[in-house]
Ligand binder design. Structure first.
Ligand code: C2E
Ligand code: CA
Ligand code: CA
Ligand code: CA
Length: 279
């Protein structure tokens, strides 16, 4: 099969090499991206469904490489996880998020709630709890203003260990959110098993066709159940007024999406806050 593979590789080379070369370039470039300061955080507001006031912000990682340009997180984060870079990158994200959260909170005299995405590998690393604690302390950022977003797939990997880490994080006083709910193996039992405070409903729930097919009743039932368990519900990827209507009817707590704002660089987010505070 090996000899055959070689000739078929040559046969497909023009196609394969484009993808393979890009992947290799990303792998190589990722190794120094952090030290070269190529990462930046973007900020996307989370809005109260009833009052339309700002409730918090999710930080989203952006990477710009001089030759590769802007590489989307969905492309480089899985590679960073595989190659073992995500721990260092994730640590930087945490520290930067706490630092900026503290600075903007002071500037506008409010407590800004900041959500940070945490990958499966970070959750499995023994240092996560210490790193979160240190990031908070060094920035002087209150634990109750920090939320960590975890995906279901991060949790199924190693249940015992995950539950233990989550408990220790909760003891620090941070909030935990279950991200992308409705995409993976979505088991409602997770909501009982893991000490999460917030349920983030994936944007696939809010595409027009999903809502037409009695999706609003489905979302409504989920919200009801989450509330009964004491969880707050955040809807992701909200792009239209129509969907906002149904979120109100479903009693969803918060919404995030292009309807309100795209993820913004810090100067732009600062302006966003400024207009919100004065208006
Ligand atoms: P996510 O955590 O589900 O983040 C939400 C994604 O939806 C973001 O994509 C955001 O830009 C996008 N989005 C927000 N509103 C809308 C909308 O109205 N319509 C549509 N179509 N999309 C919307 P982004 O920034 O490309 O990030 C993709 C994923 O990469 C994130 O999904 C998250 O899983 C991961 N990610 C981003 N930053 C980090 C990070 O710092 N650490 C880790 N571990 N993962 C990250
Ligand atoms: Ca997220
Ligand atoms: Ca999500
Ligand atoms: Ca319906």
């Amino acid at each position: 099969a090996k000899a055959l593979g070689e000739s078929s590789y040559q046969f497909f080379e023009p196609e394969m090499s484009v993808e393979a070369r890009r992947r290799l370039q990303i792998e190589a470039a990722l190794r120094r991206a952090l030290e070269l300061g190529q990462f930046e955080l973007y900020y996307q507001p989370r809005i109260d469904v009833r009052t339309l006031r700002l409730r918090g912000v999710e930080v989203l990682l952006r990477w710009t490489h001089p030759e590769l340009g802007r590489v989307p997180p969905l492309e480089f984060i899985p590679i960073a996880e595989e190659r073992g870079h995500i721990e260092a990158i994730g640590k930087w994200v945490l520290r930067e998020a706490c630092r900026v959260g503290k600075r903007l909170g002071d500037k506008y005299g409010t407590m800004l709630h900041v959500s940070v995405n945490v990958s499966a590998r970070q959750l499995r690393s023994a240092d996560l709890v210490t790193e979160v604690e240190q990031a908070l302390r060094d920035a002087g950022f209150p634990p109750c203003a920090l939320e960590l977003e975890l995906t279901e797939s991060a949790l199924i990997d190693d249940t015992e260990q995950s539950v233990d880490v989550l408990r220790r994080l909760k003891r620090l006083g941070v909030t935990l959110a279950l991200d992308d709910f409705g995409t993976g193996y979505s088991s409602l039992s997770y909501l009982k098993r893991f000490p999460v405070d917030v349920l983030k409903l994936d944007r696939s729930f809010f595409l027009e066709q999903s809502l037409d097919a009695n999706g609003d009743e489905f979302v409504s039932a989920l919200v009801h159940m989450a509330h009964a368990l004491g969880l707050k519900v955040v809807a992701e990827g909200i792009e239209t007024e129509d969907v906002m209507e149904s979120l109100r009817a479903c009693r969803c707590d918060e919404a995030q999406g292009y309807l309100f704002a795209r993820p913004m660089a810090l100067p732009e987010f600062d302006k966003f806050l400024q207009s919100g505070v004065s208006g």
